[in-house]
Structures are given as C-alpha cells and as structure tokens.
Ligand binder design. Structure first.
Ligand code: 5GP
Length: 184
C-alpha cells in the first residue's frame, strides 16, 4: 500500500482523490441549488480548509464570494470565558448569507465558540460546510449543513490537513496507521 511517513508517524490511504473530487462537486451542486437566488459569502477557516475551499468554490455555479479567516482564541483578562476572534474578517457581514468552510469538525469547540462572534454582525444566515466530520468526537452542539465525509475518530492528514505542519500537500486523505496509535 502507498503509505506515507509524516514526521515520525506512518499514515495509510483513507479517502481517494477521485472520491473527494466527486463528493466536493456534489456539495457544490447542493450549495448552488440551496443559494440559487442569493450571493453567499464563503468564509474559509485557515489553514486546513484552503484546498477544500478552493475546490468547492470553483465548482459553484452561482455567484458567490470567498474570504479567508483565521480563528484565534485567548483567555479574556476579566471574563471567565474564552474570547474567540477572527483575523481577516474585515468585510461587513450584516445581512449576508455566510457559509463557514472548515477542514474538519472534531470536538466542535472551535465553531461552537466562533459562531456567536459571527452572529454579533447580524448576517442573514450562517451555515457550515465541513470537508470532514468526526461525529463520535463532537461534544459541542453544532449544526453542520454540508458534510463531505463522516469519519471515525482517527487522526487524518492530506488535502489541506496537516500533522505538525506537514502532510497537507496530498490529493488524498490518509489516516494514522493502526500500529502507530498504540504508543505512549
Ligand atoms: P474542534 O474545534 O472541532 O475540536 O477541532 C477542529 C480543528 O482540530 C480542525 O480545524 C483541525 O485543525 C484540528 N483537527 C481535528 N482532528 C484532526 C485530524 O484528524 N487531523 C488534522 N490534521 N487536524 C485535526
């Protein structure tokens, strides 16, 4: 099998490139139908979603805009909760139909904390399009409107997703090989 090594770990093929291509095109068709008379603004969450966002965006058959953001969270000085902000969100989102584009939803924590920040700008609607979803790991309530693939709770790389900076540049998705999960 065409396994790959990323840093110290071995990964094995998991989702083939042609499967990804087909599924992303299906999602784009669905989005194009759902937003037929609208002009959605895709907000792609960097870094991991850049490949999915690019493929999804160019398969849309409707007018749409795209912008790239980075989500940063920090502990507020006085408040007890975490403060979540987005870097690169200069556009006015008031009245816009937003589609948040993610590489993977794991616990759901990132988006669960970020969506209220978006809502403060009063967009017309917010939907989430995620390339991958790990339902068994998701503990924060979230509505995921567009999901590429639901996958088991196993670490994956490729198609934009990294392991410590590496492994993003593959057309297919790889999962951590069985034997390397037994360590520590
Ligand atoms: P959440 O906030 O949903 O727990 O985590 C989402 C983020 O965790 C993703 O955007 C991604 O950066 C990282 N992540 C979660 N699972 C994986 C995985 O299997 N592979 C990679 N490369 N990143 C993951």
């Amino acid at each position: 099998m065409d396994q790959i090594r990323v840093h110290d770990k071995i990964f094995v093929p998991f989702i083939a490139a042609d499967q990804i291509k087909r599924r992303v095109e299906e999602l784009a068709q669905q989005i194009s139908a759902d937003y037929k008379d609208k002009r959605p603004l895709l907000l792609a969450v960097l870094n991991g979603s850049f490949m999915f966002a690019a493929d999804l965006f160019r398969s849309l058959t409707i007018d749409a805009e795209i912008s790239f953001i980075k989500i940063a969270s920090y502990q507020g000085m006085r408040s007890s909760g975490k403060v979540v902000t987005a870097i690169g969100m200069e556009q006015d989102l008031g009245g816009r139909d937003i589609i948040l584009v993610e590489d993977i939803v794991d616990t759901g924590k990132t988006l669960h904390h970020f969506i209220p920040t978006l809502q403060q700008q009063h967009p017309a609607s917010i939907a989430v399009a995620t390339f991958l979803h790990k339902p068994d790991a998701t503990i924060f309530p979230l509505t995921l409107t567009y999901v590429g693939f639901s996958i088991p709770n196993r670490f994956v790389v490729g198609y934009g997703l990294d392991y410590d900076g590496l492994g993003r540049n593959h057309y297919q998705v790889y999962q951590l090989a069985e034997e390397t999960t037994k360590e520590s």
